[in-house]
Design a protein around this ligand. Structure first.
Ligand code: HEC
Length: 197
Protein backbone atom coordinates (compact mmCIF):
# COMPACT_ATOMS: atom_id res chain seq x y z
CA UNK A 1 0.00 0.00 0.00
CA UNK A 2 3.00 2.31 0.03
CA UNK A 3 2.25 3.52 -3.56
CA UNK A 4 -1.42 4.40 -2.79
CA UNK A 5 -2.32 7.83 -4.15
CA UNK A 6 0.63 8.02 -6.52
CA UNK A 7 -0.17 8.16 -10.21
CA UNK A 8 2.34 6.82 -12.64
CA UNK A 9 2.04 7.12 -16.41
CA UNK A 10 3.59 4.60 -18.69
CA UNK A 11 4.58 5.57 -22.24
CA UNK A 12 1.31 4.10 -23.58
CA UNK A 13 -0.80 6.20 -21.28
CA UNK A 14 1.06 9.34 -22.34
CA UNK A 15 0.59 8.47 -26.02
CA UNK A 16 -3.11 7.84 -25.40
CA UNK A 17 -3.54 11.20 -23.64
CA UNK A 18 -1.69 12.96 -26.45
CA UNK A 19 -3.88 11.28 -29.06
CA UNK A 20 -6.98 12.28 -27.09
CA UNK A 21 -5.81 15.89 -26.96
CA UNK A 22 -5.20 15.84 -30.72
CA UNK A 23 -8.70 14.48 -31.44
CA UNK A 24 -10.21 17.13 -29.15
CA UNK A 25 -8.24 19.93 -30.86
CA UNK A 26 -9.19 18.62 -34.31
CA UNK A 27 -12.82 18.45 -33.35
CA UNK A 28 -12.72 22.07 -32.11
CA UNK A 29 -11.08 23.13 -35.36
CA UNK A 30 -13.34 21.19 -37.73
CA UNK A 31 -16.78 20.99 -36.16
CA UNK A 32 -18.42 24.41 -36.20
CA UNK A 33 -21.71 24.97 -34.45
CA UNK A 34 -23.31 27.73 -36.49
CA UNK A 35 -26.05 28.24 -33.94
CA UNK A 36 -23.62 29.16 -31.16
CA UNK A 37 -21.84 32.49 -31.00
CA UNK A 38 -18.16 32.39 -31.81
CA UNK A 39 -15.69 32.39 -29.00
CA UNK A 40 -14.43 35.91 -28.56
CA UNK A 41 -11.04 36.66 -27.20
CA UNK A 42 -10.69 40.08 -25.58
CA UNK A 43 -14.07 41.29 -26.89
CA UNK A 44 -13.71 44.67 -25.21
CA UNK A 45 -11.47 45.66 -28.09
CA UNK A 46 -14.49 45.34 -30.41
CA UNK A 47 -17.42 46.42 -28.28
CA UNK A 48 -17.34 48.60 -25.25
CA UNK A 49 -19.55 47.89 -22.25
CA UNK A 50 -22.75 49.97 -22.37
CA UNK A 51 -23.60 51.96 -19.28
CA UNK A 52 -26.87 50.88 -17.79
CA UNK A 53 -29.10 53.91 -17.24
CA UNK A 54 -29.58 55.01 -13.65
CA UNK A 55 -26.89 52.71 -12.37
CA UNK A 56 -23.90 54.14 -10.60
CA UNK A 57 -20.59 53.97 -12.31
CA UNK A 58 -20.80 56.22 -15.37
CA UNK A 59 -17.81 58.52 -15.71
CA UNK A 60 -19.87 61.65 -15.04
CA UNK A 61 -19.60 63.88 -11.98
CA UNK A 62 -22.70 62.36 -10.35
CA UNK A 63 -22.00 58.81 -11.55
CA UNK A 64 -25.28 58.51 -13.49
CA UNK A 65 -25.49 57.83 -17.22
CA UNK A 66 -29.11 59.00 -17.52
CA UNK A 67 -28.77 62.76 -17.88
CA UNK A 68 -31.59 64.95 -16.53
CA UNK A 69 -32.95 67.48 -19.04
CA UNK A 70 -31.80 71.03 -18.64
CA UNK A 71 -34.79 73.11 -17.43
CA UNK A 72 -36.94 74.34 -20.30
CA UNK A 73 -35.60 71.91 -22.89
CA UNK A 74 -38.14 70.06 -25.03
CA UNK A 75 -36.76 66.91 -26.68
CA UNK A 76 -37.28 66.80 -30.44
CA UNK A 77 -40.74 65.45 -31.28
CA UNK A 78 -41.86 65.52 -27.63
CA UNK A 79 -43.99 68.65 -27.44
CA UNK A 80 -45.83 68.61 -24.12
CA UNK A 81 -49.51 67.67 -24.22
CA UNK A 82 -51.02 69.61 -21.34
CA UNK A 83 -54.37 67.88 -20.97
CA UNK A 84 -55.74 65.61 -18.27
CA UNK A 85 -57.43 62.29 -18.97
CA UNK A 86 -61.07 63.22 -18.31
CA UNK A 87 -63.74 63.46 -21.03
CA UNK A 88 -63.95 67.23 -20.33
CA UNK A 89 -60.26 67.54 -21.08
CA UNK A 90 -60.82 65.63 -24.35
CA UNK A 91 -63.48 68.17 -25.31
CA UNK A 92 -61.15 71.03 -24.35
CA UNK A 93 -58.44 69.54 -26.59
CA UNK A 94 -61.04 69.43 -29.35
CA UNK A 95 -61.77 73.12 -28.91
CA UNK A 96 -58.14 74.22 -28.68
CA UNK A 97 -56.13 72.02 -31.02
CA UNK A 98 -56.25 71.87 -34.78
CA UNK A 99 -54.71 69.34 -37.12
CA UNK A 100 -51.37 70.74 -38.31
CA UNK A 101 -51.83 68.78 -41.56
CA UNK A 102 -54.33 69.71 -44.24
CA UNK A 103 -56.75 67.31 -45.85
CA UNK A 104 -55.28 68.06 -49.29
CA UNK A 105 -51.78 67.06 -48.17
CA UNK A 106 -51.58 63.79 -50.11
CA UNK A 107 -48.33 62.62 -48.51
CA UNK A 108 -49.75 63.17 -45.03
CA UNK A 109 -52.94 61.30 -45.93
CA UNK A 110 -51.01 58.41 -47.39
CA UNK A 111 -48.91 58.21 -44.26
CA UNK A 112 -52.09 58.43 -42.18
CA UNK A 113 -53.54 55.46 -44.05
CA UNK A 114 -50.45 53.44 -43.13
CA UNK A 115 -50.65 54.47 -39.48
CA UNK A 116 -54.38 53.69 -39.35
CA UNK A 117 -53.85 50.29 -40.97
CA UNK A 118 -51.07 49.43 -38.53
CA UNK A 119 -52.44 50.80 -35.27
CA UNK A 120 -56.19 51.31 -35.48
CA UNK A 121 -57.66 48.84 -37.97
CA UNK A 122 -56.86 45.85 -35.76
CA UNK A 123 -59.75 46.94 -33.51
CA UNK A 124 -61.72 49.54 -35.45
CA UNK A 125 -61.56 47.67 -38.76
CA UNK A 126 -60.16 49.10 -42.00
CA UNK A 127 -63.51 50.83 -42.57
CA UNK A 128 -63.77 52.14 -38.98
CA UNK A 129 -66.97 50.22 -38.26
CA UNK A 130 -65.45 48.30 -35.34
CA UNK A 131 -65.06 44.84 -36.85
CA UNK A 132 -61.28 44.57 -36.55
CA UNK A 133 -59.40 41.30 -36.28
CA UNK A 134 -58.95 41.68 -32.51
CA UNK A 135 -62.70 42.21 -32.10
CA UNK A 136 -63.41 39.04 -34.04
CA UNK A 137 -61.13 37.29 -31.54
CA UNK A 138 -62.93 38.55 -28.47
CA UNK A 139 -61.65 42.10 -27.91
CA UNK A 140 -64.26 44.62 -26.73
CA UNK A 141 -65.97 46.05 -29.78
CA UNK A 142 -65.34 49.78 -30.12
CA UNK A 143 -68.10 52.11 -31.26
CA UNK A 144 -68.16 52.76 -34.99
CA UNK A 145 -65.89 55.63 -36.00
CA UNK A 146 -68.54 56.48 -38.59
CA UNK A 147 -71.28 56.92 -35.99
CA UNK A 148 -72.52 60.40 -35.08
CA UNK A 149 -70.40 60.73 -31.94
CA UNK A 150 -67.11 60.18 -33.79
CA UNK A 151 -68.29 62.24 -36.76
CA UNK A 152 -68.92 65.18 -34.48
CA UNK A 153 -65.68 64.90 -32.54
CA UNK A 154 -63.21 67.63 -33.41
CA UNK A 155 -59.77 66.54 -34.65
CA UNK A 156 -58.24 67.70 -31.37
CA UNK A 157 -60.57 65.46 -29.40
CA UNK A 158 -59.69 62.42 -31.53
CA UNK A 159 -56.05 63.37 -31.00
CA UNK A 160 -56.76 63.40 -27.26
CA UNK A 161 -58.40 59.93 -27.44
CA UNK A 162 -55.39 58.50 -29.26
CA UNK A 163 -52.91 60.29 -27.00
CA UNK A 164 -54.54 59.70 -23.61
CA UNK A 165 -56.84 56.77 -24.35
CA UNK A 166 -60.57 56.67 -23.60
CA UNK A 167 -62.40 54.09 -21.49
CA UNK A 168 -61.44 50.70 -22.89
CA UNK A 169 -59.02 52.14 -25.43
CA UNK A 170 -55.44 52.50 -24.25
CA UNK A 171 -53.16 55.45 -24.98
CA UNK A 172 -51.17 55.26 -28.20
CA UNK A 173 -48.87 58.13 -27.23
CA UNK A 174 -45.82 55.92 -27.01
CA UNK A 175 -46.04 53.81 -30.19
CA UNK A 176 -47.33 56.59 -32.48
CA UNK A 177 -45.42 59.85 -32.87
CA UNK A 178 -47.59 63.00 -32.59
CA UNK A 179 -47.37 63.86 -36.32
CA UNK A 180 -48.40 60.33 -37.22
CA UNK A 181 -51.40 60.59 -34.86
CA UNK A 182 -52.57 63.71 -36.68
CA UNK A 183 -52.04 62.03 -40.05
CA UNK A 184 -54.07 58.98 -38.94
CA UNK A 185 -56.86 61.42 -38.14
CA UNK A 186 -56.70 62.76 -41.71
CA UNK A 187 -57.24 59.21 -42.90
CA UNK A 188 -60.08 58.72 -40.44
CA UNK A 189 -61.77 61.87 -41.78
CA UNK A 190 -61.39 60.53 -45.30
CA UNK A 191 -62.99 57.26 -44.19
CA UNK A 192 -65.85 59.16 -42.62
CA UNK A 193 -66.54 61.52 -45.47
CA UNK A 194 -65.99 59.38 -48.54
CA UNK A 195 -67.34 56.21 -47.02
CA UNK A 196 -64.35 54.36 -48.49
CA UNK A 197 -64.46 50.75 -47.43
C1 HEC B 1 -56.96 47.54 -28.99
C2 HEC B 1 -58.11 48.04 -29.69
C3 HEC B 1 -58.08 49.46 -30.21
C4 HEC B 1 -57.13 50.07 -31.00
C5 HEC B 1 -55.87 49.45 -31.53
C6 HEC B 1 -57.59 51.41 -31.22
N1 HEC B 1 -58.77 51.62 -30.59
FE1 HEC B 1 -59.86 53.31 -30.67
N2 HEC B 1 -61.20 52.48 -29.38
C7 HEC B 1 -61.18 51.19 -28.91
C8 HEC B 1 -62.26 50.99 -27.97
C9 HEC B 1 -62.58 49.70 -27.23
C10 HEC B 1 -62.95 52.22 -27.90
C11 HEC B 1 -64.12 52.57 -27.00
C12 HEC B 1 -63.51 53.14 -25.74
C13 HEC B 1 -64.53 53.51 -24.68
O1 HEC B 1 -65.12 54.60 -24.80
O2 HEC B 1 -64.65 52.72 -23.72
C14 HEC B 1 -62.25 53.12 -28.81
C15 HEC B 1 -62.63 54.44 -29.03
C16 HEC B 1 -62.09 55.26 -29.99
C17 HEC B 1 -62.59 56.58 -30.33
C18 HEC B 1 -63.80 57.25 -29.67
C19 HEC B 1 -65.05 56.79 -30.35
C20 HEC B 1 -66.29 57.23 -29.62
O3 HEC B 1 -67.34 57.23 -30.27
O4 HEC B 1 -66.22 57.55 -28.42
C21 HEC B 1 -61.81 57.06 -31.32
C22 HEC B 1 -61.95 58.40 -32.02
C23 HEC B 1 -60.79 56.06 -31.58
N3 HEC B 1 -61.00 54.98 -30.76
C24 HEC B 1 -59.80 56.20 -32.52
C25 HEC B 1 -58.76 55.29 -32.65
C26 HEC B 1 -57.64 55.52 -33.53
C27 HEC B 1 -57.45 56.71 -34.44
C28 HEC B 1 -56.81 54.45 -33.35
C29 HEC B 1 -55.46 54.23 -33.97
C30 HEC B 1 -54.48 55.24 -33.69
C31 HEC B 1 -57.43 53.56 -32.39
N4 HEC B 1 -58.61 54.11 -31.99
C32 HEC B 1 -56.90 52.35 -31.97
C33 HEC B 1 -60.25 50.23 -29.24
C34 HEC B 1 -59.12 50.45 -29.97
Amino acid sequence: MSTAGRLTFGPYAVALLAAGACVFALRLALVTDHSAPNTEILPEMVRSAAWVSQIDGAPTPDGLSDRPLVAGVVPRGMLPFRYGTTPEEAVRAGAELTNPFRADDTAARERGAVVFARFCAVCHGADGEGEGLAVRHGMTRPPSLRADRALQMKDGQVFHVVTKGQGNMASYAVPIAPDDRWKAILHLRALQTTGTR
